[in-house]
Design a protein around this ligand. Structure first.
Ligand code: IVH
Length: 667
């Protein structure tokens, strides 16, 4: 027995060492076959003698049993994000702000790895828990999947207890291999390595995650008391010594000009890296200075992320097709010769409206420049006129709806053309898609393709029909199995208990967005109460204008809509508000009941965030300064509102005053 234990210990040690050399140092000392041989030997011993299996055995790298869900767990301290810089001016401003606050600084420049933030907890030197970032406050427990990443040590040299954070990512090579395998099986490929990494870490079966060949770079230590470091740079060196994988391209610099040079270097060289990066992170190096600068609600003041500009590529505009939205707006869509932009293949892009096509002189057959706005939505920026072929065609919008052939109209004051036929099929389908979308009824699994098929098979004509769907309706659809049908029916059933604002938003009432839906639901609480409401009453509510008030009242008075609501009610779709009433919140005495105006540019949060926070404290945030305004919070370049406040003698705070107060309240 002692022999077995000795061999097990030896195998652990060898496998950990070889794994470290291969996955962390990128410098293997033995061939892969040697590693595999030893691993198989250990697997064999553990299967014959399960008592030798330990939670930190290298065999856990191959994955274990599948889970049914990921447990949600609160982070010890929130996982924040970083403020963004898009150009030199943003970076110089950041540098100036830092120097104004704390004087001379040294920066640490790091690559911004394009993956997923993870937090790893070690107890007495053993990896015990790994979480996703989640919403920053609560993450999901993906420990089992993270254990399959060889670059994450299961055990470190010293018996310390701490948390480290970093970025899990899929190396480009793993991504290409994975997509190649997917293509061979005729499966949908992943759009980019980040999505592939996210998909892999969300596998409930860690054996599948293990096949995905992910890696990780650690970039921060959560609690420095367990470390000897005085700077970010020393902390990363210490992580290296403990056996973690950190990114070696980091560089300490003394000036913002050197930061800019580092950015230039990596803008040039990023394509040569074996993994994707989407920017550069700049951090104040000294921990003491980091502490002095502190945090805003969302991000540290001592760091910023420079984002690379969106990639632009040239392709050919093959055609322009029209799509009809939920409200009848007809949008021209560019059909492009498929081309890769920022990691995904793009074959369509919105052209927004006819004016834009003519303003940018875009013609069918042109070579066009496209980029992805925010690296997500593809957009045609311009035509390359020099390359225009003789046969390129000027585009004219049709006069009739391509779906129902009803005449299209241009509403006064709007650029868009609209189909105003309320029975237009394309619009009805879009309305159904909107109803099930995330911010509306959030019915998981009921995607565009399924909705289209159900509509074509006449299984659903209106939104209420969704709740009448049966197994028999769903099973004959393409790519539908028993399990998928059950999941779908469950999701539909679950949606019945959504809070009123989701239903209201889902109805697709013109001008009624997510925020106003919430305002109405919270104020009136039930659909029946909303049926009674008048335009005058609605206009009196802050945030609700004349156009919206009229639209809501007209919509709810419509006989067909009443019948539709009845039809939903017969299936027990909830029609009441289930959220918290802001008026019931205790709030903070400094803000409760006060009327507050936000104006000017805020740097440490968005105006929406400031407004949401104030609302939670019981304040009423309004848009114009009157004599009844209690407080104006003025950011940079605040204009007439600030002048008005001063003329009324209203109390005025700077953003800094406000942030200080927030800190005081939140501790
Ligand atoms: S530091 C307080 N360093 O970029 C946040 N982040 O918003 C500290 N990222 O979600 C983050 N590489 O996941 C830091 N070298 C790096 C990074 C990095 C990638 C990600 C991180 C975060 C996002 C920034």
């Amino acid at each position: 027995m002692a022999d077995i234990q000795a061999r097990v210990n030896e195998l652990h040690e060898l496998l950990n060492r070889y794994g470290y050399e291969y996955y962390v140092l990128d410098n293997p000392s033995v061939p892969d076959s040697e590693y595999d041989k030893l691993l198989n030997e250990l697997i064999e011993i553990e299967s014959n003698h399960p008592e030798y299996r330990t939670p930190d055995s290298p065999t856990v790298r191959v994955g274990g049993t599948a889970q049914s869900t990921f447990e949600k767990i609160n982070h010890d301290t929130p996982m924040l994000s970083l403020g963004n810089a898009f150009n030199e001016a943003d970076l110089r401003k950041f540098d100036q702000r830092i120097r104004d606050n704390i004087g001379d600084v040294e920066y640490m420049c790091e690559l911004k790895i394009d993956g997923l933030a993870v937090s790893l907890k070690y107890e007495d030197g053993r990896f015990v828990q790994g979480l996703t970032r989640g919403d920053g406050t609560t993450g999901e427990d993906i420990t089992e999947n993270l254990k399959t990443i060889h670059a994450i040590p299961l055990k470190i040299k010293e018996s310390r207890t701490f948390e480290v954070r970093g970025e899990a990512y899929m190396p480009r090579q793993s991504f290409f291999n994975l997509n190649k395998a997917k293509a061979e099986k005729e499966e949908q490929p992943f759009a980019n390595p980040r999505n592939a990494a996210a998909g892999s870490l969300r596998q409930l079966d860690s054996k599948l995650a293990a096949k995905r060949k992910l890696s990780v770079f650690l970039y921060s230590v959560n609690d420095f008391t367990q470390f000897n470091a005085d700077t970010q740079s020393e902390a990363l060196d210490e992580l290296d010594e403990l056996g973690f994988k950190t990114n070696q391209e980091r560089q300490r610099v003394a000036t913002i000009d050197e930061v800019l040079a580092y950015i230039d270097k990596w803008t040039e060289k990023r394509e040569d890296l074996p993994y994707d990066i989407d920017g550069i992170v700049i951090k104040v190096n000294a921990l003491e200075q980091q502490e002095a600068l502190g945090f805003t609600q969302k991000s540290p003041r001592w760091a910023i992320a420079y984002k690379f500009p969106a990639e632009e590529v040239i392709t050919e505009l093959l055609d322009i097709e029209l799509s009809i939205g939920r409200t009848g707006v007809v949008t021209p869509t560019a059909i492009l010769e498929p081309v890769k932009v920022a990691g995904t293949t793009v074959s369509r892009a919105s052209l927004h409206n006819e004016d834009l096509i003519h303003d940018r002189d875009i013609r069918i057959g042109d070579s066009v420049v496209i980029k992805k706005a925010g690296d997500i939505i593809p957009e045609v920026i311009k035509s390359i006129v020099d390359r225009r072929p003789k046969e390129a065609l000027v585009y004219h919008m049709p006069t009739h709806c391509p779906s129902c052939d009803h005449e299209l109209v241009r509403i006064e004051g709007e650029v868009a053309l609209r189909c105003i036929n309320p029975k237009c099929q394309a619009q009805l389908v879009e309305g159904l898609i909107h109803f099930v979308s995330r911010q509306a009824m959030n019915i998981d699994g009921l995607g565009t393709k399924i909705i289209q098929q159900l509509y074509e098979h006449k299984k659903i004509k209106d939104i209420a029909d969704i709740f009448y769907l049966t197994k028999e309706d769903l099973l004959p659809l393409e790519r539908m199995g028993e399990k998928k049908v059950d999941n779908l029916l469950n999701a539909i059933d679950k949606a019945k208990s959504n809070s009123l604002e989701q239903l209201l938003f889902g109805l697709g009432i013109r001008h009624l967005g997510v925020k106003a839906s919430k305002v109405l639901a919270e104020k009136y609480e039930t659909m029946n109460a909303l049926f009674e409401v008048t335009e005058e009453e609605l206009i009196a509510i802050h945030d609700i204008g004349h156009k919206l008030a009229q639209s809501v009242v007209t919509y709810l008075a419509n006989e067909d809509i009443r019948a539709l609501i009845d039809k939903l009610q017969s299936k027990h779709v909830n029609m009441t508000y289930k959220g918290i009433k802001t008026s019931d919140l205790d709030g903070h005495p400094d803000f409760k009941g006060k009327t507050i105006v936000l104006t000017g540019k805020l740097y440490q949060m968005t105006r929406n965030e400031a407004s949401d926070w104030l609302t939670l404290q019981g304040a009423k945030v309004t848009s114009s300064v009157t004599k009844r305004t209690d407080l104006v919070i003025a950011g940079e370049d605040a204009g007439s509102k600030l002048a008005k406040a001063e003329s009324f003698g209203t109390e005025v705070w700077t953003e800094e005053d406000f942030v200080q107060k927030q800190k005081e309240i939140e501790g």
